[in-house]
Design a protein around this ligand. Structure first.
Ligand SMILES: [Zn+2]
Length: 409
């Protein structure tokens, strides 16, 4: 890494960590104020008044819950907006990653809000209904329901939801596509399609992933990962508005993305996650956890003191119970769980790297990791305690070292 890139990544890292300090502090303060000032019972009452005016009395708890949910998500979308704006148009912009215009940003935010509501509201009302009629073993039905919903969402997400936000184009026929297909075949990966997503419309950070069930797997590559296809390496297209040209010219002087062999090495790593069963293991862990949470929820939901502690003295709405228990009561447990998952994820990353190495991609993965780190201005030095707690991926130097050891073996 040359000293200029090192310096750039250092400044970027500093800006990011200052930002996350302040935004984290803000959300702690906001959350505490809401609890202290009785924000939750206030919003619940307000929701009752609104649904009452629409002709639904207090006996329509699900209607009141939906109004509450809509207002609460609207509130958090509005208070989160300045932070998200600052992050995109000040920090990412300053370090040359932002590719969005203000218009695109707002259109995206509104779309995201509407799509989220379209999923959240019907799913929540069904869940509340199941809890209501489920009897003694409602937690089993509730868990099964969320399991089905999450499987359905995973299935439809890539085909019906993600395309609402980004353009997916099939990877053009050519050397790269052939090489990917050959590699997939060599490890029995049931590949059906390879897509390129125009991630460069949002930001010049790069990535790759796969998705799909059973025999219908697809690979998605960010155009920013591919040296040959990255829009950022091309001359600005004519007819774009001025803001776009400006951001593009900033990145034009430096080529971004990986060579074909390196893209294959990155994919070798990704497919390692599949071959080693990491995806399935993660799903099983999260479903076991969700079952445990629903079970504890069933134990706790009858406690009136719990509701009283949060300002609900004479009513015990189910939605509020879900919120109190999953969000507040479980929060120390969630913190521990997320740490264990982070540790596990780092193990998986090393294993996936080792898998790519077995495919004979050690050298290309080595250079790809360095290149991606530079393109994304990752800062290569980290404190071990900080990285142990926060990083789902091992620090670059550790990964390189592991690959090097592997190479020598
Ligand atoms: Zn990985």
């Amino acid at each position: 890494m040359d000293s200029e890139t090192f310096e750039k990544s250092r400044l970027y890292q500093l800006d990011k960590s200052t930002f996350s300090f302040w935004s984290g502090l803000y959300s702690e303060v906001e959350g505490t104020m809401i609890l202290l000032c009785g924000g939750i019972p206030f919003l619940w009452k307000l929701s009752g008044q609104i649904s009452g005016r629409a002709g639904f009395g207090p006996e329509y708890e699900i209607v009141q819950s939906l109004v509450f949910l809509l207002l609460a998500t609207l509130f958090s979308a509005v208070t989160g907006l300045p932070w998200s704006l600052y992050n995109t148009f000040v920090i990412e912009e300053k370090h040359g990653f932002n590719q969005q215009t203000l218009g695109f940003f707002f259109k995206d935010a509104i779309k995201k809000f509407v799509v989220t509501q379209c999923i959240l509201l019907p799913v929540t009302s069904l869940l509340l209904y199941i809890i209501k009629i489920g009897g003694d073993y409602f937690f089993i039905y509730a868990w099964l329901f969320t399991l089905v919903v999450s499987l359905v969402l995973v299935t439809i997400y890539a085909d019906y939801i993600a395309p609402l936000f980004d353009k997916f184009i099939p990877l053009p026929e050519g050397e790269l596509k052939q090489q990917i297909e050959t590699m997939a075949k060599s490890i029995d990966f049931p590949l059906t399609k390879v897509y390129v997503v125009e991630g460069s419309k949002r930001s010049s950070h790069s990535n790759a992933y796969f998705y799909g069930f059973f025999k219908n797997k697809r690979i998605v590559l960010f155009d920013t990962l591919l040296e040959e296809y990255s829009a950022l390496n091309k001359e600005p297209a004519e007819g774009e508005d001025g803001e776009n040209e400006e951001t593009k010219s900033k990145t034009k002087n430096k080529k971004q993305g990986c060579k074909n062999e390196e893209v294959l090495a990155v994919l070798g790593h990704e497919l390692g996650h599949w071959k080693l069963g990491h995806t399935v293991k993660n799903i099983i862990i999260s479903q076991m956890n969700s079952f445990l949470c629903f079970f504890l929820f069933a134990v706790l939901i009858g406690q009136k003191e719990l509701f009283a502690a949060f300002g609900f003295y004479d009513t015990q709405p189910t939605l509020i119970g879900l919120m109190i228990i999953f969000q507040f009561i479980f929060s120390p447990y969630n913190e521990v769980l997320s740490f264990c998952l982070t540790v596990l994820s780092r193990r998986f990353e090393f294993q996936a790297d080792a898998f790519a190495k077995e495919l004979g991609k050690a050298k290309d993965l080595y250079s790809a990791l360095i290149k991606l780190n530079k393109d994304n201005l990752g800062f290569p030095v980290s404190d071990w305690i900080f990285s142990m707690w926060h990083y789902s991926h091992p620090p670059l130097l550790e990964r390189l070292q592991a690959l090097k050891d592997a190479k020598q073996e």
